[in-house]
Design a protein around this ligand. Structure first.
Ligand code: PEP
Ligand code: MN
Length: 265
């Protein structure tokens, strides 16, 4: 269906409605890669909330390359996300990997994340489409723009108009310096092709904490509507994605810079 003008995805959270879209302020989603324990998730939620984040992210079910790597705490992590939601008032974004878990995850999450590895899991897309919950659809690791937009179309066709597209880096040829190639050019490309709100995730896009702040600012200049940033109270001890996680202190600094840059673009 062709639309004139951008669409807005409005997500109710305990702290009030948050709107994603071109006509609204930049929405920042922050939190650890994985939910590790109650103290770390509640503390991180409070710190990122105080710095201006509107959503807490954190994985309960983790899509790991190795089956021997930490897989997430599953259901018990969902309970901890619920506690962090109550303690901070932040909305919750967490990944859904399996159609069998939809009810459990949807009971806690304000936005369901479909991860890069599941971007073309069509049965999952149809099922999350049927929930009516807002969906964050991450770009597949080597997905073309058309494949990505058609994956979004599966959700829309299932009757769910609330889709946010998240660029999280694509597989390049040189992983020596950056985990992925963050495709910032795709932001204006998406703007010209789709009405859906856009998010950029420089944490997975670069894989290295020191590159995350400059790429967040560049993403705003490129026209993104929202950002996803991994934040961990002690990145050196993180069970997953420590090297790309900001400390709460560096996240606070980033949020100051985000406010400055957002005034210009
Ligand atoms: C994540 O957000 O924790 C994640 C696993 O992201 P991606 O699907 O982009 O790799
Ligand atoms: Mn991660």
């Amino acid at each position: 269906e062709f639309r004139h003008g951008p669409s807005t995805v409005v997500v109710p959270t305990p702290n009030g409605d948050v709107a994603f879209g071109q006509e609204h302020p930049i929405v920042v989603v922050a939190g650890p890669c994985s939910v590790e324990n109650e103290q770390m998730i509640v503390e991180t939620a409070q710190r990122v909330k105080a710095a201006g984040a509107k959503f807490l992210r954190g994985g309960a079910y983790k899509p790991r390359t190795s089956p021997y790597a930490f897989q997430g705490h599953g259901e018990s992590a969902l309970e901890l996300l619920d506690k962090a939601r109550q303690a901070s008032g932040l909305g919750i974004i967490t990944e859904i990997m399996d159609t069998a878990d939809i009810e459990k995850v949807a009971a806690v999450a304000d936005v369901l994340q479909v991860g890069a590895r599941n971007m073309q899991n069509f049965s999952l897309l149809k099922k999350v489409g049927a929930t009516g919950k807002p969906i964050l659809l991450k770009r597949g690791i080597s997905a073309t723009v058309e494949e990505w937009l058609m994956a979004a179309e599966y959700i829309l066709a299932a009757g769910n108009p609330n889709v946010i597209l998240c660029e999280r880096g694509i597989r390049g040829f040189d992983r020596q310096y950056a985990r992925n190639t963050l495709d910032l050019a795709v932001v204006p490309v998406l703007r010209s092709l789709t009405h859906l709100p856009i998010m950029v995730d420089p944490s997975h896009g670069t894989g290295k904490a020191e590159y995350v702040p400059p790429m967040c600012l560049a993403a705003i200049a490129a026209g993104t509507d929202s950002l996803m940033v991994e934040v961990h109270p002690n990145p050196a001890k993180a069970l997953s994605d420590g090297p790309q996680s900001l400390t709460p202190e560096s996240f606070e600094q980033l949020m100051h810079d985000v406010a400055v840059v957002s005034k210009t673009f």
